[in-house]
Design a protein around this ligand. Structure first.
Ligand code: AMP
Ligand code: ZN
Length: 113
């Protein structure tokens, strides 16, 4: 998708320190970390919202979540982690989703409030 920052990262048009990638998704650090460790897990396929997900995207999200759990030690998240998916709504943006390419925030590396 043109003008999508995460599509550009996935294509290598914007540099990022990708720490994991496979056919389904990539993981890289968030530019503005909200915790000592803050990663973004981003599916290669561009779609913005969970409400848009069809069967393939449902499977994809499940695979990403499961894979994150198996990578947790490698990512330095042995003490646990928090997953957040911000979602813009039809009428507003209470969650503050900024990038309209679905992504999973993974936070940890310290005690979170
Ligand atoms: P959200 O508010 O859920 O849409 O989160 C978007 C996240 O993307 C924010 O936490 C930003 O800091 C992060 N972000 C934006 N541009 C980049 C980038 N080029 N590399 C890494 N993270 C980014
Ligand atoms: Zn995109």
């Amino acid at each position: 998708m043109e003008n999508c920052v995460f599509c550009k990262i996935i294509k290598g048009e914007i540099s990022s320190n990708i720490v994991y990638q496979d056919d389904d998704f990539v993981i890289f650090p968030d530019l503005n970390p909200k915790a000592k460790l803050h990663y973004l897990a981003v599916p290669r396929k561009h779609f913005a919202l969970l409400s848009e997900a069809g069967y393939d995207e449902e499977i994809l999200i499940g695979r990403i979540l499961k894979k994150v759990s198996t990578l947790s030690k490698t990512l330095g998240l042995e003490n646990g982690y928090r997953i957040i998916i911000n979602q813009k709504g039809e009428k507003g943006n209470d969650a503050g989703q900024e990038v309209m390419h679905l992504h999973i925030h993974i936070l940890g590396g310290e005690k979170l409030n």
